[in-house]
Design a protein around this ligand. Structure first.
Ligand code: PLP
Length: 579
């Protein structure tokens, strides 16, 4: 008699974690074995570390038949997993199999704690095979209605996710105390006035502590060993992935790949999505205010494929001019790639409007969230974002880690750009097959410590909520805009504060940004000057360089005043010498 899922649940709940993984092995010992002639290559499941043979047959025929499955593996632990799958699926109708929430079973058994993520990918491979067999056995008339129901369910599940809420009141002094780097006294007897978070944000103590905790207590490589350190690392990494998924409203953690940063993610999307898809004459639509990271890759891809790079124009005040969007988007537009927030003008782009327009012509929407994700809530589903890129170091996390988000169906169609260990499901001497996402986009050893600490950084942000952080930053922005306007010969670039995020870029006609930066440094005022990796935008603005002050949760109104006073002081000194 086949064991039922209820019996498995009952047994699992009575056991402690070590015995639970033993029980998984025992389940494997009890599964009937295939005779050698039944282990056919055509029944092998791809994506498994071990060999798995899986077949299905009809227990009762019809438009929506009842199915049973048989499977075997050369690894006992996988045979244990097969037992769970057979108990879950056998005896169901094909339509019931397609609608069955198998992840609920995995979650209830806390399988992610006992099996490595690579094995988890293998498990997903078996689920995919079972679902394919079920889908293929449905009559076409039934298949159409089943598909709609499954889609409705997925949407309902997404919308029933609890919204994250702020649990800790936002108090800038309390926030600031958590950043050791900001609480030191520098050579001139004053603390730093750090106004360059648009380049890299500082890290709160909890993030620094987390990096140290991993290094000191349980560091090991990821997705390799099942000894306790390795298992802990895998769990921490997957927990971080889930936090990131929740933070950006992704439907599943599998939609989040760890990559070195926004630049890496945007290159992977540009080259990976274009590969085999872009034809000569196809169009890519971007904006003139893109950071080079979301500009140069598309320029390269356009050159390689003979595609045309087009631009959404800017209004006089640096917003996107969408009046001609309908003409700009054509049936040849395959990709629309925009920044969520300009790293110079601060302009916030109307993502939902752009995604609706892009989708209407069958294009995908890529969002460079390097600046927007740290400053305003992102919901990839509600915003209709197909691909999103951002960097950990701008969201209070470490350097060397970033995120490539892609809608599940798109990621599983996208070509990887980095090849090697971990990203494969099977390597033959003449070709290879890829692991399912996200592993497909995570070749080699990950920046493990940084990825885990990024999860802590996200927790840190979530405890206040981005809405509270955003409101604080907007107050600083308004103060800065008002005060800067009172300085002679001053141009502030970009739109009014209601259309922008925590960035203010400016230039005075009589003072070069480079000179200003040198004098700022004497007051420990750390801003950035130059073209900020946006040469085409600076060409449009007609200047080679601007000064940029960018704000984060820890900045204060007092610091904005120091910035403004430092500009006045610098003017006095520089103009005294030049007159
Ligand atoms: N996109 C924008 C808008 C940015 O501001 C930056 C960095 O400043 C990037 C992309 C690139 O980020 P990273 O250097 O972390 O890859």
């Amino acid at each position: 008699m086949q064991i039922t899922t209820e019996e498995i649940f009952e047994e699992f709940e009575q056991l402690d974690p070590r015995d639970q993984s033993q029980y998984l092995l025992e389940l494997g010992y009890d599964l009937p074995r295939f005779p050698p002639e039944a282990k056919r290559d055509c029944d092998l499941v791809h994506g498994c570390q071990s060999q798995v043979w899986l077949t299905g047959s009809m227990a009762e025929s019809g438009d929506d038949p009842v199915l049973t499955f048989q499977a075997d593996s050369d690894a006992e632990i996988v045979r244990g997993l097969i037992t769970i799958l057979l108990a879950s699926y056998s005896g169901l109708r094909a339509s019931e199999i397609l609608a069955f929430p198998i992840t609920d079973v995995f979650d209830r058994l806390r399988l992610k704690q006992y099996i490595s993520p690579q094995r988890h990918n293998g498990l997903q491979g078996m689920v995919d095979r079972i679902r394919t067999i079920a889908a293929e056995s449905l009559a076409p008339s039934v298949a159409a209605t089943v598909k709609t129901k499954v889609q409705d369910r997925a949407t309902a599940d997404h919308h029933s996710k609890p919204a994250s809420t702020s649990i800790r009141p936002f108090d800038v002094d309390e926030v600031r105390r958590q950043f050791p780097v900001l609480n030191q006294i520098l050579a001139n007897g004053r603390p730093p006035v750090y106004l360059d978070s648009g380049a890299s944000a500082q890290k709160p103590q909890v993030v620094i502590d987390k990096e140290r905790e991993v290094e000191e207590q349980y560091f090991a490589n990821a997705y390799r060993g099942r000894y306790s350190f390795g298992a802990r690392i895998d769990d921490e990494l997957e927990a971080a992935r889930q936090k990131i998924a929740d933070f950006i409203g992704a439907s599943a953690s599998e939609e989040v790949a760890f990559v070195p940063g926004a630049t890496a993610a945007l290159n992977m999307i540009a080259f990976g999505w274009s590969s085999g898809r872009l034809q000569p004459g196809d169009e890519i639509l971007i904006t003139p205010m893109e950071h080079h990271a979301n500009f140069v890759p598309w320029q390269q891809v356009a050159h390689i494929h003979g595609a045309i790079l087009k631009f959404i124009p800017l209004t006089e005040d640096g917003r996107l001019d969408l009046t001609s969007l309908d003409q700009l988007l054509t049936r040849r537009t395959k990709i629309v790639a925009v920044t969520g927030m300009s790293n110079v003008l601060g302009t916030v782009t109307p993502i939902r409007q752009l995604s609706d327009a892009a989708h209407a012509v069958g294009a995908v929407l890529v969002v460079d969230g390097a600046q927007s994700v740290p400053h305003m809530p992102t919901d990839v589903v509600a915003d209709g974002i197909d691909f999103l890129a951002f960097s950990g170091h701008k969201v209070y996390g470490p350097t060397g880690i970033g995120v490539l988000y892609g809608r599940q169906s798109l990621l599983s169609e996208m070509q990887p750009m980095m090849f090697g260990g971990h990203m494969i499901s099977r390597v033959y001497s003449d070709h290879s097959e890829w692991a399912p996402p996200p592993a497909r986009f995570e070749a080699g050893t990950l920046p493990i410590v940084q990825a885990i600490a990024l999860g802590t950084a996200i927790d840190w942000v979530q405890q206040y909520g981005l809405a509270a952080i955003h409101a604080h930053e907007q107050r600083l922005l308004e103060l800065a805009a008002t005060e800067l306007q009172s300085i002679p010969n001053m141009t502030i670039y970009g739109p009014s504060t209601e259309h922008k995020g925590a960035i203010v870029s400016f230039r005075m006609s009589d003072i070069h940004p480079e000179d200003l930066a040198a004098l700022f440094d004497l007051n420990n005022v750390f801003t950035r000057h130059g073209h900020h990796c946006t040469m085409p935008l600076h060409d449009l603005l007609g200047v080679s360089a601007t000064t940029r002050a960018s704000f984060a949760a820890y900045n204060t109104e007092a610091e904005v005043r120091i910035l403004v006073d430092s500009i006045r002081e610098a003017r006095e000194r520089l103009l005294r010498h030049s007159s």
